[in-house]
Design a protein around this ligand. Structure first.
Ligand code: F6R
Length: 239
């Protein structure tokens, strides 16, 4: 596991965008795994800037998002579908984009189809992750086991509280999600995990140096051959 500590959030975002740009240069038809939440916003802004400046071209690239609330309407301004259109997909030229369908009638069918679609596209070349304060990646919450495949899962109480900042009230935060599984994530050829702020320092330390345990889902990344953690000074201060 490589840890790159950048001096601030802006530098972290630029570094992540540079890695995405390099991935595209190496393989223009790359398959990207993408995250939502607060942390990747700066990276997506930088990618949009690069696209407008003619520095990157996603016309042969595909994106698969990590997760989506369930159930949720695509038109809800809290859906990850809405977030991705607004913050990235409306502004750059991905050939194809996929997000787990929060409107699916049957969650299990949707999840199985999602993994099949990723496999049919040759797997993920570069996966971008954030990390929950509780160590979740995607919405793989702390628990007694790692769940390999994309699945339907309840959100942890701490995640509901953490994500309440995006909603008018905590009662509006959906209680369930569809998320890529740990196996889905671990099959990505390269992974970058972004972490910003002092609130992530403890969990980054546990992820990098702690025991590999489903109680800290991100710790499983220690077993992956090509993971880079990009942290700002605050998030990286205990590593
Ligand atoms: C979002 C996701 C989550 C977030 C994590 C951190 O698609 O999969 O694992 O990456 O909850 O969220 P922020 O960046 O808001 O701290």
């Amino acid at each position: 596991m490589k840890v790159l500590v950048q001096k601030n959030y802006e530098e972290l975002s630029k570094k992540a965008a540079e890695i995405i740009k390099a991935q595209l240069a190496e393989k223009p038809d790359s398959v990207f795994g993408l995250a939502t939440g607060g942390t990747p916003g700066g990276t997506y802004e930088e990618i949009i800037r690069m696209y407008k400046a003619g520095e990157v071209d996603f016309s042969r690239a595909t994106a698969f998002n990590l997760d989506e609330y369930y159930p949720i309407k695509k038109t809800s301004d809290q859906s990850y579908y809405y977030f991705m259109q607004k913050n990235l997909f409306d502004h750059v030229n991905f050939a194809k984009t996929f997000i787990p369908n929060g409107e699916a009638a049957d969650a299990a069918t949707e999840c199985a189809a999602y993994d099949e679609k990723i496999a049919a596209h040759g797997g993920i070349d570069l996966q971008i992750l954030g990390i929950g304060g509780n160590g979740h990646i995607g919405f793989n919450e702390p628990g007694d086991e790692f769940i390999a495949a994309t699945h339907h899962t309840p959100l942890d109480e701490s995640t509901i509280k953490a994500n309440a900042r995006f909603f008018a009230d905590v009662s509006e935060v959906p209680r369930h999600s569809l998320t890529m599984g740990i196996g889905t994530i671990m099959q990505a050829k390269k992974i970058i995990l972004l972490a910003s702020g002092a609130g992530k320092a403890d969990i980054i330390q546990k992820t990098v140096r702690g025991a590999i345990t489903p109680q800290v889902p991100a710790s499983v990344l220690q077993l992956h051959p090509n993971v880079t953690i990009i942290a700002d000074t605050e998030a990286g201060k205990l590593v």
